[in-house]
Design a protein around this ligand. Structure first.
Ligand code: GLA
Length: 392
């Protein structure tokens, strides 16, 4: 049964009726520009053909019921429960429920109506895998409330409210990339976002090349959100210290590599390493679109490999499984570049592979990874997909 039919069935069992609507919001994979969105850098993600699906109807009470079909679990809450992050019965909201509840909270604060709903959701975006299952959950509920509340926002505005929910309600200091990609994705297109101006464009994916996602099956844990917040704090500390000599600097985007090389020996070692990754990665991602437009997939792939090394050695967000997966990918015929994607600490690599080499690549990568780690990976070719919307 398709994911959509399964969801319909589940909804009928829970609520004895058909849902009024179905919303879908995709996960994402990022090709280049990692850990730079919160440093005003450039990111090049695509929305993927794995998504969160929500079946929903207005509940016509003040209580929202959300069923997580895959767990399974269920919460019931009203707007007055939002500040304390509790369910209607006073118990704490489970972690997964903080994303839709946080979305309701952020939308309400911004003045948008969020009528109570009955909802069931399911997802084939693996969670904790670096493919933005959380952002997809936020955006799916964002467009669901947009439908029920009868208002309309540009997708980037909805993305910003999703980021606010995650920063202020869930407590992860993430940047804008994931919500942006989930909201603004386009079929068959790469997204290119300037995270300072928030201007973005789409570009065709290079011809004869496919994006292969390789899941190490190693999951990042809750502890990784505090590690993530610490990375971000180190970047802010670098800006504060560099400003003493470079008063015009507002973020690491403003720091030229020559200035950084001159001043970084005076920074605390850890801060210097984190900032070195960011300054280098912004440089790599800045010119990346031009490379693709000029058909230079080879150089683009090299930048992906450099990115992995930098995330491993300087930003220190890789893990042994990701290093194994990236190294095998990079060594295989037809692979232009391979690196960890997303926040790190576990999850997936993204590989840019010549289309005709992809089947052999997948098989060799799976065999090599299994041989070296004893774990069976999940590997698939990804299609770039449309962003969050309520299905017609
Ligand atoms: C997570 C965050 C994003 C971004 C990436 C790293 O996915 O949600 O905002 O910072 O990590 O690039």
């Amino acid at each position: 049964m398709s994911i959509e039919n399964n969801l319909l069935e589940h909804y009928r069992q829970c609520f004895n009726a058909d849902p009024a609507f179905i919303a879908r919001a995709p996960g994402r994979v990022n090709l280049l520009g990692e850990h730079v969105d919160y440093n005003d850098g450039f990111v090049l993600p695509v929305a993927i053909n794995r998504a969160v699906w929500v079946a929903f109807s207005p509940s016509n009470t003040d209580q929202t019921t959300i069923v997580a079909a895959d767990l399974p679990d269920e919460v019931l809450f009203a707007p007055q429960n939002l500040p304390a992050k509790t369910r209607a019965d006073g118990a704490a909201l489970p972690n997964w429920a903080r994303y839709p509840a946080g979305m309701m909270w952020a939308l309400t604060h911004a003045g948008h109506a969020t009528p109570a709903m009955n909802a069931v959701f399911t997802s084939d975006v693996p969670s904790g895998a670096g493919l933005s299952s959380s952002a997809a959950l936020e955006m799916a509920f964002g467009v669901a409330w947009q439908k029920l509340g009868d208002w309309s926002l540009p997708p980037m505005e909805l993305a910003l409210l999703g980021q606010r929910a995650e920063n202020k309600y869930v407590g992860v200091n993430c940047g804008i990339m994931d919500q942006f990609a989930s909201a603004c994705g386009q079929h068959d297109r790469l997204l290119v976002l300037d995270c300072r101006s928030l201007t973005w464009q789409t570009a065709p994916l290079p011809e004869n090349v496919v994006i292969v996602i390789a899941d190490t099956m190693e999951r990042h844990s809750l502890a990784s959100s505090s590690a993530y917040n610490r990375r971000r704090a180190a970047c802010e500390e670098a800006v504060r210290l560099l400003k003493e000599n470079l008063p015009g600097v507002h973020s690491l985007r403003d720091v030229r590599i020559e200035d950084f090389n001159r001043l970084s020996p005076d920074l605390p070692e850890e801060v210097a390493k984190r900032a070195a990754h960011v300054v280098g990665e912004i440089e790599r991602s800045q010119g990346a679109l031009k490379l693709l437009e000029g058909g230079d997939v080879v150089r683009f792939g090299q930048l992906m490999n450099e990115c992995h090394a930098s995330l491993r050695d300087l930003y220190e967000v890789s893990c042994p499984e990701l290093d194994v997966m990236a190294a095998i990918g990079q060594s295989l015929p037809g692979c232009y570049g391979a690196r960890l994607t997303g926040a790190g600490f576990g999850g997936c690599t993204v590989n840019l592979v010549a289309r005709e080499a992809a089947p052999a690549f997948k098989a060799a990568l799976a065999a090599g990874y299994e041989q070296q780690t004893g774990h069976h990976p999940e590997i698939y070719i990804c299609q770039a997909s449309d962003g969050a919307r309520v299905l017609p």
